[in-house]
Design a protein around this ligand. Structure first.
Ligand code: ZN
Length: 507
């Protein structure tokens, strides 16, 4: 039976427009989805939009349109962005879809039946002109952060989820499943949070209506996280397509920003436990991007538009930069200078030149046909290169298991540099031994073929272009992974062609 892999991004809130943060999470999910496909997995890759809530209702009212009209227009921006960034998602879910509502109704009813939802009162600060509930933390000098007017304490009838009763079993799950929360620093953060004691969670509102009504009590709408998180179940057929659900659930990986870690590692597993559903296998929280050292914000106007970057510098280049510049999981800084420098040095110089000089030499010395190697000419330098490449597969697989994209790229670029050093040391243009020259050219083509596989999850288009120049079929779809990464003797007779530079230099 085919192995499955289910990866998700969060669903993005339609009151936002797409920025680098959304692109980061989604490209990260795409990288692992592509890698798993190369390794023969049947991948379900979900992204989508979170469309309910008071903010959407208010923004729509201000624009004098209905909430669904607002949602429809913003969803289009996401749907246009993802193909531009070469995102290979297999599903896109909107929380306004019927399948999502069916799933939310069902999990709510199951949790209610279990006795984990009760009716109580929710008390918080309220700004009447803004019609907004505010937490103590949101207040600015005790006033509304939006209009700076006085706020009042208000009590609202609300359903609550008995989160307080799940602390011990959550700790037990975390302890029994190392790697459930990554990076490790995030696991400590959540464990500490749970140990300080969990409070019951308000899961419904009566102050707005744009949401999914509580079954049997429609003056309440189900509040944000209980609604939103359920999308992960709805996408894989819950509750009506049992076959599909059993195939993909539990999710292998939820990739999220660190700001929504609690919802995914405390609330979500508690909801699932109450509904007697398996918990996800891993939640990975990544860090934030600053821009030129400053926090991104609409007011300073330094919000990075992923569309503009991808159009100007290339989608692959942008994708590469996101994971090459900063370890995935940590915070990082985005600057155009840093992007250009990565493009020129590591993409154009290191990898692009390696391809172009290798192809040129195969054309010049062997009429464009990759020669076979000669066993007797495999010397010390060749063995070093072969040993280095043979260690690559297992080390990369281990790194991918922890989404350590940074070290995956380090491993790949180490080999790119070793190959460049190999060319420099061999000086094929001075080689007078024909067997030796054939062996060097063979090794260069074989190494590039292997590199085309490993760069593919990050830079799918460049991988295909590289393969075309080597005379290989561009797509890796349906190819056997082990064949594609095997080295000696697999490239004989390939007809190479000189193409455009893989990564044009930028200034
Ligand atoms: Zn206000």
């Amino acid at each position: 039976m085919t192995k499955t892999f289910y990866v998700t991004t969060p669903i993005y809130y339609v009151n936002d427009v797409p920025h680098i943060g959304h692109a980061y999470t989604t490209v990260a999910a795409d990288v692992i989805a592509r890698y798993k496909r190369l390794r023969g997995f049947d991948v379900h890759f979900l992204t989508g939009t979170d469309e309910h809530g008071m903010k959407v209702e208010k923004s729509a009212a201000e624009a004098m349109i209905s909430p669904i009209e607002l949602a429809n227009s913003v969803v289009e921006r996401y749907k246009k962005l993802w193909p531009l960034l070469n995102i290979s998602n297999t599903d896109f879910i909107r929380t306004t879809e019927g399948r999502h509502k069916t799933a939310v109704d069902r999990i709510w009813s199951d949790v209610k039946k279990k006795g984990d939802i009760y009716l109580g009162h929710y008390e918080d600060w309220y700004c009447t002109p803004c019609e907004t509930f505010l937490t103590e933390l949101q207040l600015v000098d005790g006033k509304c952060p939006e209009c700076l007017r006085e706020v009042e304490k208000l009590t609202e009838e609300s359903y609550f989820f008995k989160l307080s009763e799940f602390g011990d079993s959550l700790i037990e799950y975390i302890e029994k499943n190392p790697g459930f929360i990554e990076p490790a620093s995030r696991e400590r953060e959540i464990t500490n949070f749970i140990k300080t004691g969990l409070r019951d969670l308000s899961v419904s509102r009566t102050t707005f209506s744009w949401g999914i009504p509580v079954p049997d009590d429609p003056k309440h709408v189900i509040y944000v996280w209980f609604d939103a998180l359920t999308n992960y179940l709805a996408s894989v057929g819950y509750p009506n397509d049992d076959l599909k659900f059993k195939k993909y659930w539990p999710a292998d990986l939820h990739i999220i920003g660190k700001d929504i870690l609690r919802f995914h590692t405390v609330y979500w597993p508690a909801f699932l436990e109450s509904a007697e559903l398996p918990k996800p296998k891993k939640v990975f929280a990544h860090g934030w991007w600053t821009v030129d050292g400053a926090k991104m914000s609409k007011s300073t106007g330094n919000v990075v538009d992923p569309v503009a970057i991808a159009e100007e510098y290339g989608t692959d280049q942008f994708r590469f930069f996101l994971f090459r510049e900063v370890p995935f999981g940590a915070d990082g800084d985005f600057s155009i200078e840093a992007l250009k420098s990565r493009i020129n040095s590591e993409l154009a110089n290191d990898l692009g030149n390696l391809l172009s000089r290798s192809v040129s030499m195969i054309i010049k010395y062997r009429d464009g046909v990759v020669p076979d190697y000669v066993e007797a000419s495999i010397g010390e330098l060749e063995n070093e290169l072969l040993n280095s490449f043979s260690a690559l597969s297992s080390s990369i697989d281990k790194l991918f298991a922890h989404l350590n994209y940074y070290d995956v790229l380090n491993e790949i670029w180490l080999r790119v540099r070793e190959m460049n050093a190999y060319v420099g040391n061999c000086e094929p243009w001075k080689e007078t031994d024909d067997d030796k020259l054939s062996t060097v050219l063979h090794l260069l083509a074989a190494g590039l073929k292997v590199l085309s596989v490993y760069i593919n999850p990050f830079m799918p288009t460049a991988s295909e272009k590289l393969r075309v120049q080597l005379g290989l079929s561009p797509s890796l779809e349906g190819k056997d992974f082990d064949d594609e990464i095997s080295f000696l003797g697999t490239v004989n007779g390939l007809k190479v062609t000189k193409g455009d530079p893989l990564f044009p230099k930028v200034d």
